[in-house]
Design a binder for this molecule. Structure first.
Ligand code: NAG
Length: 156
């Protein structure tokens, strides 16, 4: 009886805990070590990279933003990943919203919180962005042992 009740509560909790965000709407690569031969800008020399607004909060801690929250928008995507390496590595992460050919929400704001052992990192819009229903993003960091990021996409 109790087991059944606990199982039921557990199930209700799980269902209720489903966030509004649909992380599966986001395609993303692993935090991938790159070399000068394999980095995005080498493979895509004609790509136009637009830098995100960048605020350094403390050593190894950066918040990248594009756009602003507006009344009535909501969290569309929340995604987190982390990686550490035995020696320092140059890394990249690629993200694409939406993941498939389905129509995405109109994006109002994208926030990316990054934490790493290196001093600096980059975040770039490659395609789409604020006011559009798609976004392609590149995250970079050179000579780092650790890299952690969390992204929030807001839209309507
Ligand atoms: C990382 O290194 C590459 C190649 O030296 C350079 O082009 C790029 O600007 C660096 N990225 C950052 C975020 O410092």
């Amino acid at each position: 009886m109790w087991h059944a009740l606990i199982a039921l509560f557990g199930l209700v909790f799980l269902v209720n805990a489903q966030p509004l965000a649909r992380a599966n709407d986001l395609y993303y690569t692993a935090i991938t070590p790159v070399s000068d031969e394999t980095r995005y800008t080498t493979l895509n020399p004609n790509a136009e990279l637009k830098e995100f607004n960048k605020v350094k909060h403390s050593k190894g801690n950066i918040v990248f933003t594009s756009g602003e929250r507006i009344t009535g928008d909501r969290l569309i995507v929340n995604h987190y990943d982390d990686e550490s390496f035995t020696t320092t590595a140059d890394i990249e992460v690629g993200m694409k919203y939406p993941s498939s050919s389905s129509t995405g929400a109109t994006l109002t704001c994208i926030e990316i919180y990054v934490d790493m052992s290196a001093d600096d990192a980059g975040a770039y819009m490659i395609n789409g962005g604020i006011g559009k229903a798609n976004a392609e993003i590149l995250l970079t960091c050179n000579q780092t042992r650790t890299y952690v990021y969390e992204t929030y996409f807001y839209g309507y």
